[in-house]
Design a protein around this ligand. Structure first.
Ligand code: FAD
Length: 597
């Protein structure tokens, strides 16, 4: 139930989940399936129920800078990208980032998930991943005529169909998308064998978190909050900003999590947990809450004036990013392809808003075209780049922080055989610096880096929980990231020489004619690159000696009754957009907490 402070103040609950986003709502809803258990969920943002600004698909980026929907986070200035503080927006309010994300439903290669187990985490493997994600998935295949006309085949696919999160293809799939897909296949990235069942290498159309009955976004709120909100044992308090977790005793040698301190309506409150406290505040905030609770690197805590209760140097380290740059081609005027560029005209945008109410128009499109490739499929320099990386890692092996060499060994395997190189087709102009021309239409490719070597940090800079921590991705600390990206950009630009894109496009808009040499591509990337909002691993599930923060049961080392369930626990980032992985982590977390695993 949606609560007021009087329902929470002075009360105790069996479980308290902090953060009502993707993972938090999933865990809380699953725990509250048992009517004998009481669950409280605290979310800093508002509920935003039934808000079309969230529900209307294809409204990419429209929430950024609006406090009702998004946190306006920025990185610390990055020397490697011209002293830029990059925007790191995240979803705020019930549903968290699942409420503002780009709706793409992508799963990692099976090997990337099995790597979590290889890094020391029994039970975190592809077999379990599939079991748990099928619980969330409620896939509705398109009608047979659409399958035939759009070349969609599902005979080898296995997706959950009974879960609460509705997945479907957007109502409108322009034939132009098929031509873009054909181009990628002709460029040497063949159709993916079973893209949502672990064999992701190749080209495919992915479904979205889209409800085909209402043509609206499905997300953690529609899947896990609304169907369960009337459970008397499920209490949800919004506008409740968690400050820290308090232990049962100040001098206990072990930190037994007992209560949560939070701000609501200008006052500070505490609420007790009878059993456990679960942090699901996301990669960017979970390390901050640990540090403000006295759990972290003692040197950092000392600088903040916070007494160390649990010395855990891994907190806020091992941070991994996914990044994108956009390459755009102008479409020829005579090519039929309704792209999102048309929405730049206010009258057309108003018409499509109206069309959406009837279930048609541009707001019923989606980002569906994906290709995942090995480095040697897209670059003649693959061998040279891999050799350089191997040599550098062998040379520096003794200087890495504990555990990083184990990760890098896997990353080198992935550089040879993995599919970290991703190309996403976008129906419209989404690139820089050259602006789109009025009245023209474009097709863009997001050139997306998934398996990066650079590692960043996230640490609190103040005792005040409303002050953002320092988000420092340390972009391009490892040169190999940039080398791979340059090759990906070069491959993407070559797509315009390949049919049918060749016949569809008039010219390249971005990077544009001024960017030719590798050095110029590097400069361009550094100027215009963006996060993909997939930051992970700030509280990694790893052995403690390897920089771990949680064990395979998601328990924070050195504590009792305190777990983490969100993207921060993923130890080595995966070649996929992460929302499916977050739901899978949360489903598995719920079974662990229930004692079923
Ligand atoms: C713009 C954007 C586009 C994306 N596009 C895609 C996509 O198309 N496909 C895909 O797979 N993934 C996408 N992602 C990534 C994906 O949505 C996220 O990785 C995933 O939702 C993260 O889940 P989470 O539970 O870890 O965190 P979140 O869902 O972000 O949840 C964290 C929650 O904690 C709350 N919170 C934070 N601090 C506090 C506090 N102190 N007290 C109380 N509550 C707090 C937040 O308000 C939020 O509700 C996108 C993300 C963004 C931001």
């Amino acid at each position: 139930m949606s609560a007021t402070i009087d329902d929470v103040k002075g009360k105790s609950f069996d479980y308290i989940v902090c953060g009502g986003g993707t993972a938090g709502l999933t865990v809380a809803a699953r725990l509250s399936e048992d009517p004998a258990i009481t669950v409280l969920l605290l979310e800093a943002g508002n509920a935003n129920i039934g808000d079309m600004a969230i529900l209307r698909p294809a409204s990419y980026g429209s929430h950024f800078g609006k406090a009702a929907y998004a946190w306006d986070h920025h990185t610390v200035r990055q020397k490697s990208t011209g002293d830029t503080a990059h925007s790191w927006a995240r979803g705020k309010g019930l549903g968290g980032s699942s409420g503002i994300n780009f709706l793409c439903w992508i799963k990692p290669p099976a090997e990337d998930i099995d790597d979590i187990e290889r890094l020391g985490n029994p039970g975190w493997n592809w077999k379990n991943y599939e079991k748990f994600i099928h619980r969330t998935e409620g896939f509705i295949p398109p009608p047979k005529d659409v399958q035939l006309s759009k070349g969609l085949k599902f005979d080898t696919w296995n997706l959950g169909t009974e879960g609460p999160l509705t997945l479907a293809y957007p109502y409108t799939i322009d034939d132009g998308e098929l031509k873009v897909q054909e181009t990628l296949i002709n460029a040497g990235i063949p159709p993916a064998p079973r893209p949502l069942n672990g064999q992701t290498h190749g080209t495919y159309f992915a479904p979205c978190t889209y409800d085909p009955k209402t043509h609206t976004r499905s997300y953690a709120t529609t899947a896990f909050y609304l169907p369960n909100k009337d459970r008397p044992n499920f209490t949800v308090l919004v506008a409740a900003h968690v400050r820290r977790v308090l232990p049962a005793s100040e001098d206990d040698s072990e930190f037994t999590a007992e209560s949560v301190e939070f701000d609501h309506g200008g006052e500070t409150y505490t609420v007790r947990a009878n059993k456990e406290i679960i942090l699901s505040t996301g990669t960017l905030k979970t390390p901050q809450i640990l540090e403000l609770s006295g759990i972290g690197n003692p040197n950092i805590l000392r600088n903040l004036g916070i007494p160390t209760k649990v010395a855990l140097p891994g907190v806020g380290t091992n941070v991994q990013e996914h990044m994108i740059v956009g390459v755009s081609f102008e479409l020829r005027d005579d090519v039929p392809f309704d792209t999102l560029d048309l929405l730049a005209d206010p009258a057309t945008a108003a018409k499509h808003l109206e069309l959406h109410t009837g279930g048609t128009g541009l707001f019923t499109t989606g980002i569906i075209g994906f290709s995942f490739a090995r480095l040697d499929q897209i670059s003649p320099r693959a061998g040279e780049i891999i050799k350089d990386a191997e040599e550098k890692i062998a040379k520096n092996a003794n200087s890495y922080p504990p555990g990083l060499l184990e990760q890098y060994k896997i990353s080198l395997e992935r550089l040879k055989n993995g599919v970290g190189q991703e190309f996403i087709s976008f129906p419209g102009c989404n690139s820089a610096p050259n602006p789109p021309e009025k009245g023209k239409r474009y097709v863009s490719f997001y050139v997306a880096m998934n398996h990066t070597f650079s590692r960043g940090t996230i640490h609190a800079t103040s005792k005040d929980p409303s002050v953002d921590p320092a988000f420092d991705p340390r972009y391009f600390d490892e040169e190999v990231d940039l080398q791979v990206w340059v090759e990906m950009v070069k491959f993407t630009r070559r797509l315009r020489e390949i049919s049918p894109l060749k016949e569809m496009t008039a010219k390249e808009l971005n990077p544009g004619p001024d960017v030719q040499t590798d050095e110029q591509i590097v400069d361009w990337i550094k100027k215009i690159m963006s996060t993909t909002w997939h930051t992970a691993s700030s509280c990694s599930m790893l052995p403690k000696a390897n920089g771990g923060v949680v064990d395979p049961k998601l328990q924070v080392y050195g504590t009792k009754n305190l777990r983490i369930a969100d993207l921060s626990v993923l130890p080595l980032h995966v070649a996929a957009h992460p929302q499916a992985t977050v739901y899978a982590i949360a489903e598995q977390a719920a079974d662990i907490i229930k004692g079923k695993l």
